[in-house]
Design a protein. Sequence first.
Length: 96
Amino acid sequence: MAAKQTVHHVTPSGERAAAAGVKWQVEGREGRRMLHEPHRTQKDALDAARQRAKEHTPSQVIVHAQDGHIRTAYTYGAPTASPGERGRQAGRGGLF
C-alpha cells in the first residue's frame, strides 16, 4: 500500500493575525497532528512548507494567492495514485 501523501497549504492569514503582523501561514496535517504555522511573508511560509514537504515525502505544497485561489503546487517524492489509477495498477480495469 502506498504511503498517504502529506499536503501543506501556504495561505493568507485571517484579518486578526494580519493585524499582528502575521500575513501568511502553513496549514496541513502531519500524521494526526494539525499544523498552523504563522509567517510574516509568503516567501517565509513557502520555504517552511517546502522544507516540511521534503522531510515527509510523498508530499505536496499548494500555494494560494492573497484572494485564496491556487497559484501553483509542488510535489515531492512519488505521488500517490488516484482511485482510478489504483484499479488499473492492480489489473482491475483500464486498457493496460
